[in-house]
Design a protein around this ligand. Structure first.
Ligand SMILES: C[S@@+](CC[C@H](N)C(=O)[O-])C[C@H]1O[C@@H](n2cnc3c(N)ncnc32)[C@H](O)[C@@H]1O
Length: 241
């Protein structure tokens, strides 16, 4: 089962999948950091939600050489790109799957997702559902956007009374680490273009879009206050049964 909003979000990512790697330096960095935080324990079966083009997937294959993998994404195009990067990868199944409503029969020692949870309608309930697919001693590890993400742009929208379509991430269980990563763009428009270039521009539910005039005003205010820096807030979490 999946929802139409989830299909729409994944569809946007899918349409940008070919260019994703060119613009997703931040996501690549977060996948590397998440990998470094994964627990060192016997790991036979690994499940990844929202693999995208495979930034985290590659680390998983290297780190857990002998494991059996189920690598999933809701976007068929993303999944295909990911699969094509790892030809001949042994003991691996690639599958289209909604990570918010997984329908699986299998249980896993490690369940992971990087920069995907923030796209779910209810990430907290999704984590609880995902946990059901852990083996008894398994771990669920994630990295996702924190609630203070993109603060410089968020401040302009909220303080100046513009509608904000930015995703709102609730407080999540199991957070053990957070990072604030400043990224400097040419200007506000370049920031928005880069978000769009990776397909991460789905607005939150119920958002009524800014008019072109409002968008121009918001960008002017952002540019007048900033050197183009937008700070990403990333949280890392780990759960067990
Ligand atoms: C920002 S990308 C992250 C991809 C990859 N994990 C990375 O770090 O580069 C988000 C990914 O989540 C996928 N996605 C979005 N909603 C999803 C859902 N409900 N279930 C599974 N995957 C989803 C998108 O198709 C996209 O590949």
């Amino acid at each position: 089962m999946t929802s139409s909003i989830n299909q729409t979000i994944a569809g946007r990512f899918g349409r940008r999948a070919t260019d994703y790697d060119k613009y997703a330096g931040l996501q690549e960095r977060v996948a590397r950091a998440l990998q470094a935080h994964l627990p060192d324990r016997p790991t036979e079966k690994v499940l990844e939600f929202g693999c995208g083009t495979g930034f985290l997937t590659g680390h998983l294959f290297e780190r857990f050489e002998d494991a059996e993998f189920l690598i999933t994404d809701l976007s068929e195009h993303m999944l295909e790109i990911c699969r094509s990067k790892f030809p001949g990868q042994k003991n691996t199944t690639f599958r289209i799957l909604d990570g918010e409503y997984p329908d699986l029969m299998s249980h896993h020692d490690l369940i992971v997702s990087s920069m995907t949870l923030q796209w779910f309608s209810d990430p907290v309930k999704a984590l609880l559902r995902q946990k059901n697919f852990l083996r008894e001693d398994g771990r669920l590890c994630y990295a996702t956007l924190g609630p203070q993400g993109l603060q410089e742009w968020r401040n302009v929208l909220e303080n100046e009374g513009f509608p904000s379509g930015l995703v709102q991430v609730p407080s999540l269980p199991g957070i053990f680490h957070e990072e604030f990563i400043p990224v400097t763009y040419e200007n506000g428009l370049d920031f928005l273009r880069q978000i769009k270039a990776i397909g991460a521009d789905s607005p939150r539910e119920g958002y009524s879009a800014m008019s072109p005039v409002q968008l121009k005003q918001a960008l002017e205010i952002f540019d007048s206050r900033s050197d183009g820096t937008v700070t990403w807030h990333i949280v890392y979490g780990q759960l067990e049964l």
